[in-house]
Write a protein that binds this ligand. Structure first.
Ligand SMILES: [Zn+2]
Length: 104
């Protein structure tokens, strides 16, 4: 299988998985349950990872991810917990607060 994406926050990985699922691309998340139980394993090796199930969908999956990352707009800061969120996220990854409407 081919690793498509990884991020220290499982929420981001699941978000990307949802975007890909909408496009009909099946993925699996690895390392979903390793975080926090990693002991002396380097932290980056325990990041949740998104893996492509069907290699024939690699080109499409890559373009969907690229598109999703490009059309994100500006990062925003959660008004509740002050965490930084990628522009593509409609809710705060940390506390699930809905993104404030900043459009004019
Ligand atoms: Zn928040």
């Amino acid at each position: 299988m081919h690793k498509l994406y990884s991020n220290p926050h499982l929420f981001f990985v699941e978000h990307m998985q949802n975007i890909l699922a909408i496009e009909g691309i099946e993925t699996q998340i690895k390392n979903k349950f390793l975080g926090g139980a990693s002991g002396d394993v380097p932290v980056f090796e325990t990041w949740p990872e998104l893996w492509l199930v069907n290699p024939e969908q690699l080109a499409k999956a890559t373009s969907v991810i690229k598109k999703s990352e490009n059309e994100t707009g500006d990062d925003w800061f959660c008004p509740v917990c002050k965490e930084s969120n990628a522009g593509s996220f409609e809710i705060c990854w940390h506390c699930q607060t809905v993104k404030p409407d900043t459009s004019p």
